[in-house]
Design a binder for this molecule. Sequence first.
Ligand SMILES: Cc1ncc(COP(=O)(O)O)c(C=O)c1O
Length: 387
Amino acid sequence: MTKYNEYFLPVYNRKELNIIKAEGSYLYTEQGKYLDMIAALGVNVIGSSNKSIIDAIQDQIHRYMHISNFYESDIVGEYAEYLCKHTFANKVFFSNSGTESIEAGLKLIKKYGKQNNKDIILSFSKGYHGRSLGSLSVTAKTKLTNEIEPLIPGIKSIEFNSLNDIEKNINDRCAGIIIETVQGQGGVNIADKEFIVKIRELTEKFGAVMLVDEIQTGIGRTGKFFSFEHFGVVPDLVASAKSLGGGLPLGALLVNKKYSNILERGDHGSTFGGNPVSCAAGLALVKQVNDEVFLLKVREKAERMNVRFKKLRGSYSDIIGDIKQLGMMIGLEMKYGADKVTSLFENEGVIVNVTGGNVLRLLPPLTLSDDEIDYFFEKFEIVLNNM
Ligand SMILES: Cc1ncc(COP(=O)(O)O)c(C=O)c1O
C-alpha cells in the first residue's frame, strides 16, 4: 500500500507511476520516460523545468517568499500591470487556483446583481468550473452535486451552444453568465462562434456580466493568449489559473473597467492569493507565451497535428469519431475503447487522459517539437492497433 493509499482521502484515482523528474515534454521514472500529452492537466504549457521560470523563482525566493497581502509586493504589482496592459483587463485579483478565481467572479456578479435587482446567473450543460460549493453551483450536475445539495440558489443551467436557450433565458433578471469557450472536462466541446457572439450581444443588451472561464483554454492553449480572441468578442470578466503561475499555484480574476468597482475593500481577499513566488514564475511564463511569433507557431503546429488526426481517422474510422480541436486543446471522440486507451498509451510511454466519458483529451505542451509529434503519432497508431 502506498502512502497515498494509506494517508490520503481516497478522492483521486492516482496512477502507479513513480515520477522522479520532469523536464521539457517528458516525465521520468526509474524505468523510463513518458511523453506528457496533457502537460500536467494543462498547467505546464511550455513543458517542465523551463530555465527562465526556475531563475525567476530562485531570484524571488531569495528576496522573500511571502509577505502577506497587507503589503505591496513589487513582483505581484508587476504581474498585475502586465496582465492589464496586455489584455482587456482594468484590474485583476490574484487567488491560488481556478476554483478561487471563479468564486471571486461569482461574488462580483452576485453583488452587482443585488445592486441592480438581478437574481439569476446562467451556466451551461456540461460546464465545469471547479469543486467549491460556489463553483459547483455553476458546474453541470454530477452524482456528488445531488448528494450535497442545496448549492447556491439563483443559478439556471441552460443548453451549451443553443441559440434558442440563450435567447429564451436571458432577460433583465440575469446578473451574469459563466461560460467556457471550449468545455474541457465536459468533453472538449467547442462553442459556436455565433453562440458566443449572441451571448455578448445579449449580455450587453440586458446589462448582464459575461464571465469567460479561461482556466483551461487561456495562456496560449488554443493558439491565442485567451481563447475568446477566436470569437471576436471581449468579455467583462475572465477567470484564469493553471499555467498562469508557471507551474506554481496561482489564479486570477481579470475585470474590465466597467465592473472594476463592484468589489470593494473587505469584500474579498486571500492569505496566499497572489503569492510573490507564483507571480514571479507566472510572469516569466507569460512573457514567453504572449508573443505573436510563438502563438503563430502554436497555431501552425496545431494545424499540422489536425491534418494527421484526420488522416489517422481515415484509417481507423471504426474507432475515432469527431475530432474537436481549437489550437492545442484537442478532443478525439472514441467510438469504443475509451476505458482502456489511457493505459494502452501508458504502456507505450505516453500520458493522455479521457474526459466527457469517451473523449480522448490532449493538452500537449505548446513547445512540443516536430520529433515529439512524430513520436506521438507513431505510438498512437500502435495503440489503435492494440484496441
Ligand atoms: C475550465 C475549468 N474551470 C475551473 C477549473 C478549476 O480549477 P482548479 O482545479 O485550479 O481549482 C478547472 C480545472 O480543471 C477547469 O478546467
